[in-house]
Design a protein. Sequence first.
Length: 326
Amino acid sequence: MKIFMTGGTGNIGQYVTLALLERGHEIVLLTRTPDRVPAFNSLPGVTVVQGNMMQLDVVESALQGCHAVIHIALGWGNDPVNMLMNDTRISAFLMDAAERAGVKQFIYTSSTAAMGNLRSGMDETALCFPEDLYGATKASTEMYLMGFNRYYGSQGRQSNDVGMRRNVIRPGYTYSNPAFEDGASQSDPRFLDIAKAILKNEPLTFDAFNGTQFLSAREIAQLYVKLVESDLNREIFLALGSTFTGWGTIAQIAKDMTPGCTSEITIRPCEGEPSCYNVSKMERVFGLRFEGDEDLRAHIAWNLERARKLLEGEKLHNTNHEWSAE
């Protein structure tokens, strides 16, 4: 299958690209910065197209001959109009261009932010009550995608039906180590802050329910592969780890990895149970359930190494991969 991808050099996208290549798919990778992950320029099965999502002619041309679209890239704006123009408008264009190009499967990367504040046990059927512009943008783009079932011939008159299958993945907290040397990553600053404190033997205090359902980019890539190879249509999948992990637990793991560390870690107790998303649909439909311990430990170790280098005054490679209209 020939798959057009946006955001393929970013936090999640690097691992989705690698997972799809392992399955024998061909990737057309749209990126603003082809040298951001140099390895992709020489990987068999990858065609790198330089451009950004606002270059609509470049996007439309690159879609030709593709069987599927995986849209991961994020457009950004600091106000309602720019968020609409830079993300939802571009996504709507991509949907339309993909349908016109004969694409059979479209996967949109949304976010749990589309649903708003976590209500314990909420799943894909929960109503969306976004709390900020980012969540509102994700929710509105989802609605465009789900409502794109047919065209209109004139006002109020339906025309051609849409043949493209359209599905949504809603990641929660997704972290990653770079998939390649000098690659991109997304790591909550708290990982690095904890690592620095551990290396300096400083005390750390956390609330017991201060944490989340961590999921690695390597793990979430498995969901993208399963979904793009499926015949499902108009489905939404939450993508988070199956278990809650507190930041206090992460600090304790970091301490255990650091011989001689004398940091005192205090976890303040809380009544009841932590609020969690219900991610059983992934397991029910695709047999995917992510505990995340191995990848989480690797991410903690990666941050400890980065913290050591920073404390020694070494300049580190910038792993952030942020959206820009340039």
